[in-house]
Design a protein around this ligand. Structure first.
Ligand code: CP
Length: 302
């Protein structure tokens, strides 16, 4: 039995197969409409979510399976003090696979240790968000045609943004990927990413977005993660540190893609939404196909 806790749980070859499967699902959804009949997905969400939870539920429904779960910690027995370890032992009796989001780093790993069903990490604190990474990889590969030979700018809250940590972990495995890390000094990527993951790879850390716009093939914008700040004043000071608008888009390549895991707050002006390079709503659609592919792979139905 396999889990997905980190993007590194799959080899590059396995990722390629998974993305190929997702593209086939996109082209031929009817082929997959009954693959999960008789199977149940549990969505265990201890933290708020729109896209991740609903795209998992949509994915399982489109595969002909059923969904159970909870959307908030306080609507589960976590509110009475039940541990993640006990909860997953219970859920293993009800479902065939589960997706878990939790505010604590490592929660999905703890669950996987006790689980009798595949556990998918749907975000653990400020640590990792591997299914967002699968979504990002599928979006980039589908719209750019490749995952190698790219310059990607990651902009905003690189300290707490778990989607950024997972995406960097995944992209260092492809040839000639250059990273431009754009953040205020207080929101730089954690030192373990800089020193262990990016060590030996081509990366630069900058504070100015305009300066680097012309060199980017992809701009990955992120929200300042209010829920991870200890101090409200720090959040208020940094929340609007980068706002992508039409004027900044004029500095970019004609085929640069703008991605964002969403939700956005102010960091992409709505005037950018109509720009053909704005791919963040297409990205959401790819998230359904790739989660369908992931469910099939982990249930060994692909
Ligand atoms: N991208 C993402 O994780 O969105 P949600 O928080 O809405 O799930």
């Amino acid at each position: 039995m396999r889990h997905l806790i980190s993007p590194l749980d799959f080899t590059v070859e396995e990722l390629t197969e998974l993305l190929d499967l997702a593209n086939d699902i996109e082209r031929n959804p009817e082929k997959y409409a009954h693959k999960c009949e008789g199977k149940q997905l549990a969505t265990l969400f201890y933290e708020p979510s729109t896209r991740t939870r609903l795209s998992f539920e949509s994915a399982m429904n489109r595969l002909g399976g059923k969904v159970i779960g909870f959307a908030t910690a306080d609507s589960s027995s976590a509110a009475k003090g039940e541990s993640v370890s006990d909860t997953i032992r219970i859920v293993s009796c009800y479902a065939d696979i589960c997706a878990m989001r939790h505010p604590k780093e490592g929660a999905a790993t703890v669950a996987a240790l006790k689980s009798k069903i595949p556990v998918i990490n749907a975000g653990d604190g400020g640590h990792q968000h591997p299914t967002q990474t699968l979504t990002d990889l599928l979006t980039i590969r589908s719209l750019k045609g490749r995952l190698d030979h790219i310059t990607i700018g990651l902009c905003g809250d690189l300290k707490f943004g778990r989607t950024v940590h997972s995406l960097i972990n995944a992209l260092v495995r492809y040839e000639d990927v250059k990273f431009v890390l754009i953040s205020p000094p207080e929101l730089r990527v954690p030192s373990y990413i800089r020193e262990e993951v990016l060590n030996g790879f081509d990366f630069q850390e900058v504070t100015d977005l305009e300066d680097v716009m012309p060199q980017l093939d992809i701009l990955y914008m992120t929200r300042v993660q209010k829920e991870r700040f200890f101090n409200e004043d720090d959040y208020i000071r940094m929340k609007d540190c980068y706002i992508l608008d039409k004027a900044k888009m004029k500095l970019a390549k004609e085929d640069m893609l703008v991605l964002h895991p969403l939700p956005r707050v102010n960091e992409i002006s709505v005037e950018v939404d109509d720009d053909p390079r704005a791919a963040y709503f297409k990205q959401v659609q790819y998230g359904v196909y790739v989660r369908m592919a992931l469910i099939l792979k982990l249930l060994e139905l692909a």
